[in-house]
Design a protein around this ligand. Structure first.
Ligand SMILES: [Zn+2]
Length: 376
């Protein structure tokens, strides 16, 4: 950022949860022994060295789990839930471990939260409920979930063994990264754009969310390169700890509390960098009309659509605190096939998509920062 000529480039430190995966495995012990593809869920506890063993119990919903609650004790519960939307399906990953643990399960498995890949497991964070037993939890692939379901439907008694070394260490030092173009007339009024540079350990984090970082950083670099200095400040923030704690976004809110009233708009790019289609927007109707006008500038690259809701996990705490207009870059691509998997690598990203996404963000951020009247 300094080499690009951005201003006020600095780190803002924050302590983050330090979860370590360690080695892990899942196997069918019987009737026919075979290893399964798996990924431990982020923030899971580990197992004893010898692992935990149990008979498989497959359910397709929380309601079905309740209906067999007397049979859960000592079992390894698999939530085999078909992916619909991320928001709808992710709760089985997040809440499943405590729901199963509360009924005496010794471990929980979840069908990967994503469309079918090529036996690709997806990690992601779980959230233990206070006061419930914490049991180890992992994801299996769509294919293996279907197979375990078939075995179960046939009445085959399947025995599984899960081994995980997962553990928490003491909170670690991290930071989110800030760079700016200072506004020429109202530098105290700020437009924030960014992505999160933390990612799950199993891939390289190119799509979730390296692309979002690059697209938004590049948007500011483009303004610099074109010698455009908007009326207000444009600030790029590369967030940290989006995946297993959200501490970056929380720390920004707390550190900038006195300044949030001067945040004109916040934008997050965390849906991958594929062909941009436009933006999601949350805010007043008058602001929406203005944003729609600005987006019409992007019709030439077919990125002029303004969706019903905008926002992001990292900007969320600030947006909610101060009622700031919120946007997200919307794209057309296979984000949920890739994210949180070992397949999240840079070969999935098309440079032309990155260029178009940067252009879209640059136009939107620049015009909002440069308009004579404040967006509201
Ligand atoms: Zn993300």
């Amino acid at each position: 950022m300094k080499r690009d000529g951005l201003e006020n480039v600095h780190l803002e430190p924050v302590k983050v949860p330090h979860w370590v995966r360690g080695r892990e495995s899942l196997e069918i012990v019987g009737p026919i022994p075979q290893p399964l593809v798996m990924l431990g869920l982020g923030n899971s506890v580990g197992t004893p060295v010898e692992g935990v063993e149990g008979d498989l119990l497959v359910v397709r919903s929380f309601e079905q789990l309740e209906s067999v609650r007397d049979r859960v004790k000592g079992k390894i519960v698999l939530f085999n839930v078909t992916f619909t939307t991320y928001g709808e399906t992710v709760r089985f990953r997040a809440e499943g471990p405590s729901r199963a643990g509360a009924l005496g399960a010794v471990a929980m498995l979840v069908r990967s939260v994503g469309p079918a890949g090529l036996r690709t497991p997806h990690t992601g964070a779980l959230v233990y409920t206070d006061g419930q037993p914490k049991i180890p939890a992992a994801s299996v692939t769509v294919e293996d979930a279907a197979r375990l379901q078939r075995m179960s439907d046939r009445g085959t008694a399947v025995r599984l063994r899960l081994k995980m070394e997962a553990q928490f260490l003491a909170d670690a030092d991290s930071a989110y990264i800030v760079g700016e173009i200072r506004g020429r007339e109202r530098p105290d009024e700020v437009v924030v754009i960014g992505g999160h540079f933390d990612s799950w350990d199993v891939g390289t984090g190119s799509t979730d969310d390296g692309g979002g970082c690059i697209a938004t950083w590049e948007a500011v670099r483009l303004m610099k390169k074109l010698n455009l200095r908007p009326r207000r400040t444009v600030r790029v923030v590369l967030w940290t700890n989006e995946e297993n704690g959200g501490r970056g976004g929380q720390a920004y809110r707390d550190r900038h509390l006195g300044e949030l009233a001067n945040h004109v708009m916040m934008l997050e790019s965390d849906s991958g960098v594929f062909r941009p289609t436009g933006f999601g927007f949350s805010g007043t109707e008058s602001a929406r009309a203005k944003v729609r006008d600005i987006a019409s500038l992007l019709a030439g690259i077919h990125a002029a659509t303004i969706g019903a809701n905008g926002g992001g996990a990292d900007i969320g705490p600030s947006v909610q605190q101060a009622g700031i207009p919120a946007m997200s870059l919307e794209v057309d691509g296979d984000y949920f096939l890739i994210h949180h998997t070992p397949a999240d690598t840079v070969d999935k990203i098309d440079p032309l998509d990155v260029a178009r996404s940067s252009a879209a963000v640059a136009v939107m951020a620049y015009v909002i920062a440069d308009m004579p009247e404040r967006l509201k």
